[in-house]
Design a protein around this ligand. Structure first.
Ligand code: NAP
Length: 282
């Protein structure tokens, strides 16, 4: 039987229609002023520039505005912190996205953590992570939060299931594992020092690939009937998981492209709208 396709693109498009209405309500309540997401891009990495452009376009589609802050490759930590502080103090700015990664001379963690909690709509601060981990209100890290939203929309059972997350980065694997744990999954987190990776993955009811290496996770490591979530995206349109054979043997899977990617951007704009609603008391 063919696996269920967890169609992130369709879900994102559907959510954008609802978000457009919420933005229209915000404008009506705020003298016609649209909510604003500030995007900060440091350097000229073409992939990062493309991601930022896609995020700005998503804002435009739902009637939000964006402020683009483009900084040079040579930017120092102090200069970036100063830009973030300016946006923190700008009452018209409701959310701040600092595009990852930043050039190596910058202390990325310090800059992420300088973002005011109420504007941390991409879910990158330690404070937001801690609150999320404790089950307190917080904007989740956009990619894993987007994955949770797609699993929820397709009613994928998580409680009591064994989820294996491959990758433990601060913005993806680690928050993913905690979100799944908070949803009552039993969670195994794997990383570059993990031994017997295929054996661990074989036990998974839900596999999340967040490794950053094309088709690193082999289809034969995944048991029949598992739910497969692929966060990766690489040239040639492949993810971190060898998906082709799984379209027949898995219960459900996120396609690449059109699965996790659109939900990441959608979660960023959803959380920006939520931040604006909170500020305006709606
Ligand atoms: P990352 O920071 O490079 O982290 C990769 C993780 O994979 C690390 O935790 C690393 O372990 C682990 N890993 C590396 N080699 C491994 C191995 N041989 N066995 C097991 N684990 C291994 O990457 P990331 O930012 O989390 O991104 C992961 C993937 O998601 C990438 O493909 C990226 O393009 C994609 N991504 C997609 C979106 C989206 O919007 N769709 C957003 C962000 C990222 P160590 O911790 O031990 O080094």
């Amino acid at each position: 039987m063919s696996a269920l396709v967890l169609d992130g693109k369709a879900l994102a498009t559907q959510t954008e229609a609802e978000l457009s209405q919420r933005v229209a309500n915000l404008k009506a309540a705020n003298h016609g002023r649209a909510p604003i997401l500030a995007t900060i891009l440091v350097g000229a990495d073409p992939a990062s520039a493309t991601y930022v452009k896609m995020k700005q376009n998503a804002c435009k589609r739902i009637g939000m505005q964006s402020i683009a802050v483009d900084l040079s490759e040579q930017t120092s930590t102090e200069q970036l912190l100063s830009s973030i502080n300016e946006l923190n103090n700008n009452p018209d700015c409701h959310g701040i996205l600092l595009q990852h990664p930043v050039p190596p001379q910058i202390d990325e963690r310090a800059c992420f953590d300088a973002i005011a909690a109420e504007k941390d709509v991409d879910g990158v601060t330690c404070l937001g992570f801690g609150r999320m981990a404790m089950g307190e209100p917080a904007y989740g890290s956009a990619t894993p939060q987007g994955i949770m939203r797609i699993l929820e929309a397709y009613k994928i059972e998580l409680s009591g299931k064994h989820a294996v997350v491959v990758g433990r980065s601060p913005i993806l694997g680690k928050p993913m594992a905690l979100m799944l744990l908070n949803a009552n999954a039993t969670v195994t987190i794997c990383h570059s020092k993990t031994q017997n990776l295929p054996d661990l993955i074989k036990q998974a009811d839900i596999v999340v690939g967040a490794v950053g290496r094309p088709e690193f996770i082999k289809a034969e490591w995944i048991k029949d009937g598992a739910t497969v979530v692929d966060a990766g995206y690489h040239p040639g349109g492949v993810g971190d998981i060898e998906l082709a054979p799984l379209t027949e043997t898995a219960a459900a899977y996120t396609p690449v492209p059109g699965g996790v990617g659109p939900m990441t951007i959608n979660t960023l704009i959803l959380q920006s709208v939520m931040a604006a609603e909170k500020k305006l008391g709606q």
